[in-house]
Design a protein around this ligand. Sequence first.
Ligand code: DAH
Length: 360
Amino acid sequence: MTDLSALETRLAAEIDAASDEAALETIRVAALGKKGEISELLKGLGRMSPEERREEGPKLNGLRDRIAERLAARREALADAAIAARLTAEAVDVTLPVRSSPVSRGRIHPISQVIDEITAIFADMGFSIAEGPDIETDYYNFTALNFPEGHPAREMHDTFFLKPDANGERKVLRTHTSPVQIRTMQAQKPPIRIVIPGKTYRQDSDATHSPMFHQVEGLVIDRTANVANMKWVLEEFCKAFFEVPSLKMRFRPSFFPFTEPSLEVDIQCDRSGSEIRFGEGTDWMEILGCGMVHPNVLRNCGLDPDEYQGFAWGMGIDRIAMLKYGMPDLRAFFDADVRWVEHYGFRPLDVPTLFGGLSS
Ligand code: DAH
């Protein structure tokens, strides 16, 4: 005959020692489950004589009820303890100062802001954005852009060359965004209207030059694009970007291997006060280079210069960001100083649009 009181003592001790819901469930199954110890004993009642049954029945039923109650009580105690532990762990000190959210603390870097402004303006004119690799071949960075072998213009770019690879080819860090013109013309058919923002690299470093800087390039190719179209696009861009209603521009002859004719563009400004103002005054500020795409460049991209023509331009993003937002030293752009970004940066939810305002 099983010693019921020993069984009860053991089960009670196990229940009290159970540290979680899962342990408690294991004990319940072992005692009261289909094949549990107490269930097996209860099944034995059927084989007993009526007298024995009258004697053992109440004892076994009592044991089953007490164990079931003890299980329920322990389950409740564990649940209460879990809630109490959570309450302590998740306690909030309401006297602490409020921590500002990432959206109110974070800032958009002026370069990212200006790229967003530029792309918003050109997207509105029907341009799309193109990008290319920072590490370029000599072919895309120079040769395809009509820089002759050994031409001094290659030296003017103060190029960073990479070590020669297994085939003896020396890749370069692109010195301008112009190689993406070639990649785009090789990959898609005209009409092409793209702007190409991106990082560029030259061995140069002072208050207004950084070895890594940003350019934005534009390219239009179709059957009729001409200098007048180019002047209009650039004038509309400058007015929108500097947020002025009118602005005089001056186009001066220049030289780039990939354009013919080549022009440099100055915009009207006033330097008489403490800050520079655009669209007023009698001074000029050089802002970009441009020209009609050279027939050799079109040919290098498999386009027939008798059928297609177009214009292109390129400008430094960092410089126009400095001019527009009055930042004196370019090197601070890339210092990753949080205080500088907090001062000169832009709020992340103020997305530049032409209708909502570029910079406000
Ligand atoms: N790639 C030139 C530079 O880095 C800028 C430039 C000038 C780009 C004239 C052009 C262009 O597309 O037409 O100095």
